[in-house]
Design a binder for this molecule. Structure first.
Ligand code: V47
Ligand code: SF4
Length: 365
C-alpha cells in the first residue's frame, strides 16, 4: 500500500499536524509502514512547533575516569576487568589536569561517565565533584549514568534521594542519559543481563527530577530489539516525563558492532537511523529536544538528522569519548570547530544557537 492510500497513516499525520498525541499502536504503525520522507515531514512539524528554526549546540568535553566495570553488557566494546589489557583508571590529578586542559577553550560543560568501578563509593565521587567544582566553578557538571549512581548508592548503603542530595551539594548539575539501553526486560536479559534494571533506571531519573536535577534519556537501538520494544521504551519515557517534566532531551544511540560480542547482529542502515530519529521526535511530544551525537554517526548523518526532528548536536569539542571509538564509530578522531558546526547547521537551513546545559541561549550565530 502506498502512504497516500494508507488511511491509518493519514489519520496519524492529521493528529500530529493538530498537535495531538499519538498512541503506542500508532507509533508502531509509523515504524512499520511510513517511509523516510513521510516521517521526516511529520517530525519537522513537531520540531518546528517546539524549537522553531533553532539547532542547539554546547561546548562540552568528556572525561571517562575508568573503563573498569563490574557489568558485562554484550554490546560494550570498552569495559575491562582489573589487570586486563586496555584497562585504565585516571587518578584525581589526571582528572583535574583534563579540567585544566580545557580551561581556556570556552567550554561550559564537562560530561563525566565511565565504567562501574567496584571500589568506588560515594565519598570518592563526592570528592571528585568537589575538586572539579573548585578547579572551575563556572563549569556545569553533567555526570554519572543511573547505572553508576545505582552502584554507588548501594555500595554506600544510602537511599537514592539521599545520594542525589549529597551529589548535588558536591556539585552535580545534571545527569546524562546513558544506561537506559532498551527497557524491555527480556531484551535486557540478553544484552545487559547483570546491570541495573529498567525500573531502577526510571526510578533514579524520577528521583533526580524531584530533586531538581535535570536529566537526559537515551535508547540503544539497532541490535536484537523489535519496533514494539522501541515503542515500549519511548512510551515508558513519555509516561515518566508527563509526571515530572525533568527530561531535557532524548538521544537515540545507534548500536555499533566493532569489538563486542553482540557484533554478529550487524548494524542498521542510514535510512533506518533517520527514520528512528523521526519517530522519536513524533512520539515524545513532551520532550523539548532530540539530540544527535555526531561523533557516533558522522557529520553527514548529523546534517541529515536535522531534517528528521533533531534540534541539538552534541560532540563539539575534541571529542575523545572512547565508548564509541572502540565500538567502531564513524569518526575515530572526532573534532569539529565552532565555524564548521555553525556552517553545517546553516547549510541545512537552520539557525545555530550555542546553549548552556539547561538550554539557555548563550549566543545566536
Ligand atoms: O549507555 C555502549 C551506549 C551509552 C555501545 O546524556 C553504545 O548527553 C552504541 O549515554 N554502540 C553511554 N552505543 C553514552 C551516553 C551518552 C552519549 C552522549 C551524550 C549523552 C548525554 C549520553 O553508550 C551506554 C550505551 O547505551 N553504548 N556501547 C555500542 N557498541
Ligand atoms: Fe559497564 Fe557501561 Fe560497558 Fe555496561 S555499557 S559493561 S555498564 S561500561
Amino acid at each position: 500500500m502506498t502512504e497516500e492510500k494508507d488511511s491509518r497513516l493519514l489519520a496519524i499525520s492529521e493528529k500530529v499536524a493538530a498537535g495531538s498525541r499519538i498512541s503506542a499502536d500508532e507509533g508502531l504503525h509509523l515504524y512499520q509502514e511510513a517511509g523516510l520522507g513521510y516521517l521526516a515531514r511529520l517530525a519537522t512539524l513537531v520540531r518546528n512547533r517546539l524549537n522553531g528554526k533553532t539547532v542547539w549546540f554546547n561546548r562540552n568535553f568528556h572525561i571517562e575516569p575508568t573503563n573498569i566495570c563490574i557489568h558485562n553488557c554484550r554490546f560494550c566494546s570498552y569495559s575491562r576487568k582489573f589487570n586486563q589489557e586496555g584497562a585504565w583508571e585516571m587518578t584525581p590529578e589526571e582528572i583535574l589536569a583534563e579540567i585544566e586542559r580545557f580551561r581556556d577553550k570556552n567550554v561550559t560543560e564537562v560530561h563525566i561517565v565511565g565504567g562501574v568501578h567496584p571500589h568506588r563509593d560515594m565519598e570518592y565521587y563526592e570528592s571528585m565533584l568537589r575538586a572539579v567544582r573548585t578547579a572551575n566553578p563556572g563549569l556545569f557538571i553533567k555526570a554519572f549514568t543511573a547505572v553508576e549512581l545505582d552502584f554507588m548508592f548501594k555500595k554506600s548503603r544510602i537511599t537514592v534521594d539521599e545520594g542525589l542530595r549529597k551529589l548535588k551539594t558536591a556539585g552535580l548539575d545534571a545527569i546524562p542519559g546513558g544506561g537506559a539501553e532498551i527497557f524491555d526486560e527480556t531484551i535486557r536479559k540478553t544484552i545487559c543481563p547483570d546491570k541495573s534494571d529498567s525500573q531502577t533506571w526510571l526510578g533514579i531519573h524520577e528521583a533526580a527530577h524531584r530533586a531538581g536535577i535535570p536529566t537526559n534519556a537515551t535508547m540503544l537501538y539497532g541490535h536484537i530489539e523489535s519496533y514494539s520494544h522501541r515503542i515500549d521504551h519511548l512510551e515508558r519515557l513519555r509516561t515518566l516525563q508527563d509526571r515530572t517534566s525533568g527530561f531535557q532531551v532524548f538521544i537515540p544511540l545507534k548500536y555499533r558492532k566493532a569489538n563486542n560480542p553482540l557484533g554478529i547482529v550487524g548494524e542498521t542502515s542510514a535510512i533506518e537511523d533517520l527514520r528512528n530519529f523521526a519517530v522519536g521526535r513524533i512520539y515524545l511530544d513532551n520532550f523539548p529536544h532530540i539530540k544527535a551525537y555526531w561523533p557516533m554517526i558522522g557529520k553527514e548523518m548529523a546534517s541529515l538528522s536535522l531534517s528528521c526532528g533533531v534540534d541539538d548536536l552534541d560532540g563539539t569539542i575534541e571529542d575523545t569519548t572512547r565508548i564509541y571509538s572502540m565500538a567502531g564509530a564513524e569518526d575515530q578522531n572526532p573534532a569539529m570547530s565552532e565555524e564548521e558546526l555553525v556552517s553545517l547547521i546553516r547549510n541545512a537551513g537552520y539557525v545555530a544557537s550555542e546553549r548552556d546545559t539547561l538550554y539557555n541561549t548563550l549566543k545566536v550565530h
